[in-house]
Ligand binder design. Structure first.
Ligand SMILES: *Cc1c(COP(=O)(O)O)cnc(C)c1O
Length: 363
């Protein structure tokens, strides 16, 4: 084509999402496929969400609230912060992009683990920044490596806790020592998309204590434990000065009305959340136990997914599983050629998945 695309944009590899169920079913001519590839909530979402959304439908000719007041009030209360500390996004993906655009000048650096959630790299490159990637160490974030990668050009450092795709987590002590070694002018983005599933008390939780470090930006999402992935809503909690920048550059109506009321209803239903968490833990334990017993190595996890070494090409295994109607993620593109990532499903989905893995690997 004759339009010249920005060089930094040309270098972006497209995001590879887990295949939607409808597509898998169409392609493979099957139905009742089991999708455990995108870390979604297998139990759906709170029934209160449907009620809230239905009752809002008659008002959908109106623009959304630019700042969803009731939702923000509830979040502020829950985390003992002020409204001014909050940014609500069209998924936490939205906030990741706002951070890159708000804080990177062309050529400035964002340090992140390798592999990482692909949206970090895509957002940094879109903002004309430079991603600096630090390989994991023993499947965990190499915190010293991240510190050592910081230069005078570094503006952002990303950590994901628990980590996607390995499920490893950073303890509070480790985080505080890490933050201590970072300069004052660097924002530390702590992506806690899976924090609700953590079982180990020593794991760092950025919102457990009052906000004291103005560099720390915590990202949370309604897509995972709350089961609202299709609505697209997440939030960030951060210093007021940082939030003010993000709120200045975001689209005024970045979060649609139905997502706003869905999130509010989901947040109130603590019973559904508890059931999700316990059901997820059961699922993780079941899959771990079954696959370990079948002779596979399963990594310990603090998230709603786990990584398993199937000891052979995981791309081929995924393809064979697809033909059996089971969708899981091959981690070959992350450099883990023989690993799958599987999220906990319902009891029946977990059983189907384990049976299919044992069958296609001939275990
Ligand atoms: C799923 C996920 C998110 C959530 O993204 P949304 O845009 O809120 O759906 C954020 N970070 C990581 C690492 C994730 O895996």
């Amino acid at each position: 084509m004759s339009f010249s695309v920005s060089a930094s944009i040309k270098a972006i590899k497209p995001y590879e999402a887990g295949k939607p169920l409808s597509e898998v079913e169409r392609e493979y001519g099957i139905n009742n496929a089991v999708k455990l590839a995108s870390n979604e909530n297998p139990f759906g979402c709170s029934p209160k969400v449907a009620q809230a959304v239905l009752s809002k439908l008659p008002q959908m000719h109106r623009y959304p609230e630019p700042v969803p007041f009731t939702l923000c009030q509830k979040l502020a209360e829950k985390y003992h912060v002020q409204m001014e500390n909050l940014v609500i996004g069209n998924g936490s993906d939205d906030i990741i992009a706002l951070l890159a655009h708000g804080f990177l000048d062309p050529g400035q650096e964002a340090v992140m683990p390798l592999p990482s959630f692909l949206m970090y790299e895509i957002s940094v490159k879109t903002a004309k920044g430079v991603p600096v990637m630090v390989p994991l160490k023993d499947f965990s974030t190499n915190l010293d490596g991240l510190v050592n990668a910081v230069t005078p050009e570094t503006k952002l450092v990303f950590v994901t806790n628990p980590f996607n795709p390995t499920g490893a987590a950073i303890t509070k002590d480790e985080f505080l020592r890490f933050a201590d070694k970072l300069p004052d002018n660097v924002l530390i983005i702590v992506d806690e998309a899976y924090i609700e599933f953590v079982r180990n008390d020593s794991v760092y939780n950025a919102l457990a204590d009052p906000l004291t470090d103005p560099r720390v930006v915590t990202l949370r999402t309604f897509s995972k434990a709350y089961g609202l992935a299709g609505f697209r809503i997440g939030y960030g909690i951060m210093d007021k000065t940082v939030a003010e920048i993000l709120n200045r550059i975001r689209q005024p109506f970045n979060v649609n009305t139905l997502a706003q009321v869905a999130a509010q209803a989901a947040l109130e239903d603590t019973r559904f959340l508890s059931k999700t968490i316990s059901g997820t833990h059961q699922g993780i334990d079941f899959i771990t136990q079954q696959l370990t017993q079948a002779g596979f190595e399963v990594l310990p996890t603090q998230a709603n997914f786990l990584m398993v070494d199937v000891k052979t090409g995981s791309r081929e295994i995924c393809e064979k599983l697809l033909r059996k109607g089971v969708v899981v993620r091959s981690l070959a593109s992350y450099g883990y050629d023989s690993f799958l990532r599987i999220n906990a499903g319902t009891q029946q989905e977990n059983q189907t998945c384990v049976d299919a893995i044992i069958s296609v690997t001939g275990k």
